[in-house]
Design a protein around this ligand. Structure first.
Ligand code: AMP
Ligand code: MN
Ligand code: MN
Length: 331
């Protein structure tokens, strides 16, 4: 493509639709530690393209988590270290930063293919040939729904389930401040097309192994809240709680659930690094805290990865969070 296309409205422009006209080969490329928004949208769009005769492959730097094994088509999603064979279009969804493909996007670019970047993160780096960035969307799932509608692609129950799960998880089960009337309108259309809310909820939250609650208890015993009540955090040293429990429990929501807490922080140590999740409630921009450590995200949900050991990472991140809270009080 000769020029970079940028579009920021909720409904896709003709230039955004153009790469999906006709047919061909598409690679649906995921970001590191894939979540339901990226996987649901890659699968939802990919399955729709297959329905139009495209040949589609799915993959990314990390495998899909076991928790999301119920997403229709997830068995097609593979861990990739290299890209095999030429493709016409490479689609990235929910991926604000090309570094979050661990180099796979550079391979895609060297092959001279069209890269389509569909995302709702305000800090998206516009790394595609076509960049559709709608920061007003609660989830990339809303955008892919609009894309399929504009393409006139039929919504099968499999596609609807993928998109519904993407929206369900990024909105905290339709509870967060990113939820709009459009979120519910799209969710209603997805349920009409065959997504089943009770099956999605049961798959996400009610398939705990028998020992999970004991581990959850051990983790929650470590939640701390600052003296002024505004900062809540949970720091987990490597190996203390099984990774499968940490991955499936959205642990950062517990310090966030304390009434006085303005910023919640989960710090997970693994392989000498500390993965940090930050959550806010509207008055402190947690993306700005994450950005100080090379991370990113949204105003109320952001993350970064910091070098260990855990105590050093904790001090640095919690200090930055305290400063951000103090600044928000001053303003
Ligand atoms: P998480 O806490 O992992 O659920 O992530 C919350 C939000 O922060 C998501 O929108 C992620 O895209 C973003 N995020 C998490 N980790 C990073 C990171 N290391 N770099 C950039 N963005 C991140
Ligand atoms: Mn994501
Ligand atoms: Mn998302």
């Amino acid at each position: 493509m000769s020029s970079i296309i940028e579009h920021t409205k909720p409904v896709p422009s003709a230039a955004v639709l153009e790469p999906f006209g006709g047919g061909g080969r598409a690679l649906m490329l995921g970001h590191v530690h894939p979540d339901a928004d990226v996987l649901g949208t890659l699968l939802g769009l990919g399955l729709a393209l297959e329905g139009r005769g495209w040949s589609v492959t799915y993959g990314g730097p990390h495998p899909a988590p076991a928790l999301l094994a119920f997403l229709p088509g997830i068995d097609r999603y593979r861990r990739l270290t290299t890209l095999d064979g030429p493709v016409d279009v490479v689609v990235l969804t929910d991926c604000p930063n090309p570094q979050r493909t661990e180099g796979l996007i550079d391979q895609a670019r060297r092959a001279g293919k069209v890269i389509v970047n569909i995302d709702h993160h305000p800090d998206n780096r516009r790394y595609g040939d076509v960049n559709w960035i709608d920061a007003s969307a609660a989830a990339t799932g809303e955008m892919v729904y609009e894309l399929l509608t504009a393409l006139g692609a039929p919504l099968t129950p499999a596609i609807a389930t993928n998109l519904f799960t993407a929206i369900h998880t990024d909105t905290g089960s339709f509870r967060y401040s990113n939820v709009t009337t459009r979120t519910f309108t799209i969710a209603a259309a997805l349920v009409a097309a065959g997504a089943r809310p009770e099956v999605v909820s049961e798959s996400l939250y009610e398939r705990r192994p028998a020992d999970a609650l004991r581990w959850l208890g051990a983790a929650l015993a470590r939640v701390e809240v600052s003296e002024d009540g505004r900062l809540g955090w949970l720091a987990l040293p490597a190996g203390l709680v099984p990774e499968r429990v940490v991955e499936s429990e959205e642990l950062v929501n517990y310090p966030r659930s304390v009434a006085s807490v303005r910023v919640a922080c989960l710090l997970r140590e693994r392989d000498g690094q500390v993965k940090v999740s930050l959550r806010g409630k509207g008055d402190v921009d947690v993306q700005k805290i994450a950005a100080q450590f090379g991370g990113g995200g949204h105003v109320n949900a952001a993350g970064c990865t910091v070098a260990g050991p855990l105590t050093d990472a904790m001090r640095a991140v919690l200090d930055a969070a305290r400063r951000a809270i103090d600044e928000s009080r001053a303003s």
